[in-house]
Design a protein around this ligand. Structure first.
Ligand code: RRO
Length: 314
């Protein structure tokens, strides 16, 4: 089951999408949907500060180890009906995390998904790829991916997306994960989550730019564009080859309309914006969409659909 997003741009789950006020700002922007921060079973404060570095003048992008700060799924269940009043799809991102009740991760996803569907969300985005928790992300283990998808797809009827890590240097794992996805009715794959285990240093202070996890965190922004394009294209080609009706949503490195066009050419049907939204605020969505439309007109296309997956060989 698919979900139509128009314009085909949303915020990426995470940046400025935790509180109702932040989500309302997204609702009032030019996005085609509202995507929440990943919600967990228990509310979480997240990691100690400084945990986010996002300076435009750095040119690289953003580095974070937020540690999943969020209000907890019961609070989002209350907010979703209010967000729906803005008339665009509400996509609830869900994650698992250690919590006092010791509920196994699969049960956490299942319980949250059921409650959030009931609250009226239009789709779920299963975040299997948080780079900043102590455990290896579920996205790196095909059996765990299967277990979560089996549990959630059994009960839930609304469209389900899956947010994945970059698999660039582990082609065998990419293949195993992609094959696993074919066994489930999922609407889309969102790729990539931030590039894990990256580090940057502020030369003025000679300090690591973030504190948690010894300064290591997930990288977003311009530096990851070619990584994201490769992942989008690999999934797009894989799903085409296997005649799977799974859309690919491109996340990573989009700061100009031309970057979004590259994602569409690589195979994305929707793009999600993270670091740029941090830098520029909600007007980024309007600016990008205007730029995309201008590019289409100037290059003789009448819609984004005509571009999807149309990259040529060199
Ligand atoms: O909250 C985070 O640390 C975080 C999450 Br859940 C995620 O999926 N990706 C990311 O870069 N940071």
């Amino acid at each position: 089951m698919g979900i139509r997003i128009y314009p085909p741009i949303t915020n990426a789950s995470g940046p400025l999408s935790v509180t109702y006020e932040e989500l309302e700002r997204i609702a009032r922007s030019a996005t085609g949907a509202i995507v929440t921060k990943s919600m967990t079973h228990c509310p979480r404060q997240g990691n100690p500060e400084p945990r986010l570095w996002a300076h435009l003048d750095g040119k690289i992008g953003s580095l974070n180890s937020m540690g999943l700060p969020n209000l907890g799924y019961q609070e989002y269940a209350k907010l979703i009906p209010k967000l729906k009043e803005f008339g665009k799809p509400v996509i609830a991102s869900i994650a698992s995390a250690p919590c006092a009740h010791n509920l196994p991760p699969v049960e956490q996803y299942r319980e949250i998904a059921g409650a959030i569907e009931k609250a009226g969300a239009d789709a779920l985005e299963l975040n299997l790829s948080c780079p900043n928790l102590e455990d290896v992300p579920i996205s790196m283990d095909p059996q765990s991916v299967r277990a979560v998808l089996s549990a959630v797809t059994r009960d839930v009827k609304i469209p389900i997306g899956v947010k994945l890590s970059p698999y660039n240097n582990v082609p065998k794992l990419f293949e195993e994960i992609a094959r696993t996805l074919l066994d489930f009715e999922i609407a889309y794959v969102a790729t990539i989550n931030s590039e894990p285990l990256t580090l940057d240093i502020d030369l003025k202070t000679r300090a690591k730019v973030i504190r948690p996890n010894d300064g290591f965190g997930g990288l977003g922004g311009p530096a990851v564009l070619p990584i994201a394009l490769a992942e989008v294209h690999r999934f797009y080609r894989f799903f085409q080859k296997h005649r799977a009706q799974i859309a690919v949503w491109g996340v990573g490195g989009i700061i100009r309309a031309e970057d979004a066009i590259k994602h569409f050419l690589a195979g994305a049907s929707v793009v999600q914006i993270g670091t740029l939204f941090l830098w520029e605020g909600p007007q980024a969505f309007e600016r990008l969409w205007a730029g995309i439309q201008q590019w289409l007109t100037e290059n003789g296309f009448s819609s984004v659909e005509e571009l999807i997956g149309q990259v040529r060989d060199a």
